[in-house]
Design a protein around this ligand. Structure first.
Ligand SMILES: CC(C)(COP(=O)(O)OP(=O)(O)OC[C@H]1O[C@@H](n2cnc3c(N)ncnc32)[C@H](O)[C@@H]1OP(=O)(O)O)[C@@H](O)C(=O)NCCC(=O)NCCS
Length: 193
């Protein structure tokens, strides 16, 4: 059993985030796979990261920084936001860490931000991840054909959305699933928020 925590990104994460984002294990699943230079990264780190419509957390596994989770396009008018995440090393994938982070992010979006919808986009080839989202109650809302260029080829993208009402139905089953894997999930986290 591993301990998983989300903490705010800090100055000390600057270099590691650039290295993670440029690693083939991460960039393979992102929209852009060009090599990000220090200028582009520093702009993101110093400016874009502080955009109030975004939030970034480091995923820590047993106290070690292992990945990034973020919210984007936080829209208080339409009460929705987008999200994405990654674990930098394949060695910590497949252990249930991602599922736990997914649960925490969903709880935060509906329980603390009080938004109505969480949505995301996933490369159609990344079937493991869009199936994971579907398990959590996300519904496929779009198939964007030839939406991004990956290594010179047009790639389709799946658009998925989770409503607060979908989560009301799904939450208990997902909490039970995580508890069975040894994660501590409070019974009424959302109501208590
Ligand atoms: C997406 C990501 C964060 C998920 O985290 P993770 O810790 O690997 O996910 P989990 O271990 O919780 O596994 C989630 C589910 O994926 C499936 N899964 C896990 N390992 C798998 C494997 N080796 N093969 C197929 N499916 C697998 C299972 O359904 C699993 O749930 P279950 O074991 O409870 O049945 C991680 O895989 C990752 O960083 N991927 C690369 C970046 C990425 O694709 N990000 C999303 C872009 S939008």
């Amino acid at each position: 059993m591993v301990t998983v925590q989300l903490r705010d990104v800090a100055e000390g994460d600057r270099e590691r985030l650039l290295a993670w984002r440029n690693s083939p294990d991460v960039s393979a699943h992102m929209y852009s796979d060009h090599k990000i230079g220090h200028g582009e990264h520093d702009h993101w780190f110093d400016v874009a990261r502080h955009d109030p419509r975004r939030r970034y957390w480091i995923i820590e596994v047993d106290g070690q920084p292992m990945g990034l989770a973020n919210l984007a396009d936080i829209d208080l008018v339409h009460r929705r936001c987008a999200w994405a995440y990654y674990l930098a090393s394949p060695k910590v994938r497949g252990l249930g860490v991602g599922s736990f982070v997914e649960f925490q992010i969903i709880e935060y979006v509906f329980g603390q931000l009080h938004l109505n919808k969480l949505w995301c986009e996933v490369l159609v080839s990344n079937e493991r991840v869009w199936r994971l989202h579907e398990l959590y109650g996300f519904q496929r809302e779009a198939l964007f054909r030839q939406h991004v260029m990956k290594q010179g080829h047009e790639v389709d993208v799946v658009g998925l959305g989770l409503l607060a009402s979908d989560w009301d139905i799904r939450r208990d089953a997902m909490a039970e699933r995580l508890r069975a894997k040894g994660y501590a999930i409070p019974p009424t986290a959302r109501q208590a928020a």
